[in-house]
Design a protein around this ligand. Structure first.
Ligand code: PEP
Length: 253
């Protein structure tokens, strides 16, 4: 069954106290989530255990990391391994976010290695893709996302691919307040699903969850999530306010 997901990406925001307040505010809210609806909260590494403690028993809520390293363990000062995440009870991880690709030189190849490693260790990857403005303006966005997916995911076995969540995040819409229109999102999501269909077949493509990210807010979530191939959102800024994120969660179809 295709999962419908509201995922929060806190990025590098919040002190510990602010994180606790936000997690507690979310925990106190009641959500009437259907069986296939989930909420994923991706917090900074130092708050993973706190998030697990506060949200651990909340039905359909999961705690995610925002990245991990593509090596198993060893002398990589400052990095965080998949095994560390697993041992903290983390179930999901965002990989290949455009900010990581831009500021930390992540490539389709390194992101693809991470995707494989986390799946082998029982963690669900949220694989991010999306084009920058100049690429969209030159009408090369479909081809660009196509190569991100081929290079980042096509080495996976069908079983591994069936565990992936994809987030389409046009870079020109992230943190800019400029959202893709529902039509633009639907068009790209259908394109992504077709790419996966071509390689992995109907069942995996039809069950694949594809999230839209890029200035999702309480005011536009229903319209975006109503599109047939938009299965929820990866939400940055608007996930830092419990009331706003509540509206987004309640907009899942
Ligand atoms: C993101 O960080 O993935 C994102 C989509 O951010 P925002 O919602 O702030 O545009």
């Amino acid at each position: 069954m295709r999962r419908k997901i509201a995922a929060a990406n806190w990025k590098m925001n919040c002190t510990l106290q602010e994180a606790e307040d936000l997690l507690k505010a979310l925990n106190e809210k009641n959500f009437n989530l259907k069986d296939n609806q989930q909420v994923i909260i991706a917090v900074p590494f130092p708050y993973l255990l706190t998030a697990k403690q506060i949200l651990g028993d909340k039905p359909s809520f999961y705690v995610a990391a925002q990245n991990c390293y593509n090596k198993v363990c060893g002398a990589y000062t400052g990095e965080v391994s998949v095994a560390m995440l697993t041992s903290c009870g983390v179930t999901h991880v965002i990989l290949g976010h455009s900010e990581r690709r831009e500021y930390f030189n992540e490539t389709n190849k390194t992101v693809g290695q991470k995707v494989e490693l986390v799946i082998e260790n029982g963690i669900t990857p949220i694989f991010c893709c999306g084009e920058e403005l100049s690429i969209r303006e030159s009408d090369a966005h479909n081809r660009f996302v196509d190569s991100q997916i081929r290079e980042g995911l096509f080495h996976l076995s069908p079983d591994a691919m069936s565990k992936v969540i994809i987030a389409y995040e046009p870079i020109w819409a992230i943190g800019t307040g400029k959202t893709a229109t529902a039509d633009q999102a639907q068009e790209m999501h259908a394109h992504i699903r077709n790419i996966i269909r071509g390689k992995y077949g109907n069942e995996i493509a039809d069950n694949l969850t594809i999230l839209y990210g890029g200035s999702v807010k309480g005011s536009n979530a229903v319209e975006l999530f109503s599109e047939p191939d938009v299965d929820g959102g990866l939400v940055g800024g608007a996930s830092l306010k419990a009331d706003e994120f509540e509206i987004i969660i309640n907009s899942l179809r």
